[in-house]
Design a binder for this molecule. Structure first.
Ligand SMILES: [Cu+2]
Length: 205
């Protein structure tokens, strides 16, 4: 797989496919990622939207149009909010959000789900899900325990300011196949709904 990618061959998506969030809708390509990340990365994600970060970093190093200031491949694989601004979930603390992962090819490793502040690419609060070993074992989708592919997370409290605006935060699923050394990321854009109970002086500053 690595040598095929190194020589620039694009295999059929079914061969390369690994994993992505399918519910809620996750970040996808659009015009902004071409500008930020260059056409090679855009084409790679278009051909396989479950591709892994290390493949994309190789493409980046060979593309003069890759702009590292605008394209952080370790944040949602460089997928841009402005391409996804029509697809923002609105949540409030305590909401239980069902997540579905399309995990096409397993690579056993570690994984987590967290809220990430996009400005600093920094986790906000505790992990919402955490697998410290044994994530995505086996050879095909059905080898992976259903609980690793379909689960729910509870929207934490304390995000009302940090994640008030669409684009400021994402829910990110992150998975590292430890032997394969392949990193997967998939992001859901969301904002925290304003609460009538808090429209007082505390939140007007
Ligand atoms: Cu792989």
């Amino acid at each position: 797989m690595f040598s095929a990618i190194a020589t620039g061959l694009l295999l059929a998506p079914v061969v390369l496919s690994h994993g992505i969030i399918t519910t809620p809708p996750s970040r996808a390509i659009g015009p902004a990622i071409s500008t930020a990340c260059g056409q090679a990365i855009t084409s790679a994600i278009k051909s396989d939207n479950t591709s892994y970060v290390e493949q994309l970093t190789k493409l980046a190093s060979a593309d003069s149009k890759f702009n590292p200031a605008a394209c952080d491949l370790y944040l949602c694989k460089g997928l841009q909010f402005s391409d996804n601004s029509a697809n923002v979930q609105t949540w409030k603390a305590g909401d239980v959000v069902p997540i579905k992962i399309w995990l096409r090819i397993p690579h056993e490793g570690i994984a987590n789900v967290s809220i990430v502040s996009t400005k600093q690419n920094k986790k906000v609060g505790d992990f919402l899900k955490l697998w410290t070993a044994g994530y995505a074992p086996g050879k095909s989708t059905n080898d992976v325990p259903l609980s690793q592919r379909e689960f729910s997370v509870t929207v934490p409290s304390g995000l009302e300011t940090t994640c008030a605006n669409a684009g400021d935060c994402v829910l990110q699923w992150w998975w590292l196949g430890t032997a394969a050394k392949q990193t997967y990321e998939s992001c859901v854009d969301f904002k925290i709904a304003g609460s009538a109970a808090y429209q007082g002086v505390e939140f007007t500053a």
